[in-house]
Design a protein around this ligand. Structure first.
Ligand code: ADP
Ligand code: MG
Length: 350
């Protein structure tokens, strides 16, 4: 699908490992005060003084976590950074550095890795994090990409998955299900392309959801907003696997229950129309779709007035005693237990 009219291809072996690392990282600059030494020694050196250090790693495997037939390498680099930064924000912390480890086969020319690093660099710039190291090695099969994000926070500001209590309000940022529906569109176009490679897909009507899949953002703005509003969430998690499983994580970690209201789940109109087209229930998509990288958190009822009416935040439910279970309250006011896969009776919707 991604056509390259005049591809220049430089063999990686021409540069050697050190030349390659130098070439890929030479345009990155260091902006964080806590970075004492970045790339170029045996290890990086950081100094967080009185702050706590937050650390999160993800490993992405070609064919398992990403498909290069519709994922441009620049987007892959960007997204791989974002998913890690999202984990740091979900601790109510501020990301400061990343490391990037990469295994590639000689199927990838230098130009492909330049694209990958262009995406990584863009994310570093927008989110103001330093690339401080990594590792590079060869792979006999696909590409492997592992990113570690490091961040900082004052101890009292850190928010864990544990800490929510009955009657706390359940709040989510943004809207849900877009990334999953974007993936459905891309998968469909990939099949069309296999049959007829000359067919140029018109993705314009789906631009929002395709972007949610290919170029997600981490909710730095929400962490900043909560600080400004002086709201300290009692528990928080980012939505990587789907609303349902993240709610269950919060409930399990705090040993409590929850009522989630179906009619409160925020959905973009383009998600609703794509769900109609694909004949998938939009609630199921929000519950089980995943990859939205929105923040899900709980707040004390006393903080409700501070967030009320904010267009970036939706109150979608409240926490209960553990013995009340974890439930979805449907539009028709029926109580259905939440499962990690979503609402099972949705699955055969047609
Ligand atoms: P070592 O042999 O000690 O592992 P390397 O030669 O792999 O050291 O790395 C040299 C420097 O380049 C280190 O600072 C390392 O963190 C950095 N580096 C290596 N690979 C990458 C990469 N893919 N992206 C960013 N920095 C990297
Ligand atoms: Mg190394």
């Amino acid at each position: 699908m991604i056509e390259d009219k005049d591809p220049q291809k430089t063999d990686l072996e021409k540069l050697g490992e050190f030349g390659l690392i130098d070439h890929l990282t030479k345009n990155f600059s260091i902006t964080q005060k806590s970075t004492v030494k970045g790339i170029g020694d045996d290890a990086a050196v950081l100094n967080f003084e009185r702050q706590q250090t937050i650390l999160s790693t993800d490993l992405l495997v070609e064919g398992v976590h990403f498909d290069l037939s519709y994922m441009p390498l620049k987007h892959l680099g960007y997204k791989a950074v974002i998913v890690n930064l999202s984990d740091v924000y979900a601790m109510n912390a501020r990301p400061t550095q990343i490391t990037v480890s990469l295994a590639v086969s000689n199927r990838f020319p230098l130009e492909a890795l330049e694209e990958l690093y262009a995406g990584i660099q863009q994310a570093c710039k927008i989110y103001n994090v330093d690339l401080i190291g990594g590792d590079t090695t060869s792979s006999k099969t696909g590409m492997l990409l592992s990113i570690t994000a490091i961040g900082e926070a004052v101890e009292k500001d850190i928010v864990y998955r544990k800490g929510t209590k009955p009657n706390d309000l359940l709040v989510v940022s943004g809207d849900l299900g877009g990334a999953y529906m974007g993936l459905q569109v891309l998968e469909r176009e990939k099949e069309v392309f296999k049959v007829n490679p000359n067919n140029q897909p018109d993705l314009e009507p789906y631009s929002y959801i395709v972007e949610r899949q290919l170029k997600p953002e981490a909710r730095k703005d929400i962490v900043e907003l909560l600080e400004k509003l002086e709201v300290h969430p009692t528990a928080m998690i980012d939505i990587s696997d789907g609303l349902s499983s993240e709610i269950l994580h919060l409930c399990k970690n705090s040993q409590i229950g929850c009522n989630l209201f179906e009619d409160k789940i925020p959905l973009d109109p383009t998600v609703i129309s794509a769900c109609e087209e694909f004949k998938i229930d939009s609630t199921l998509v929000a519950l089980s779709g995943g990859e939205d990288y929105e923040l899900l958190f709980t707040i004390d009822q006393d903080d409700y007035d501070k967030i009320k009416g904010n267009p970036n935040l939706s109150v979608i439910g409240h926490m209960t005693d553990a013995n009340e279970g974890t439930n979805l309250i449907t539009r028709s006011d029926t109580k259905i237990p939440l499962t990690a896969q979503g609402w099972s009776s949705f699955r055969s919707s047609d």
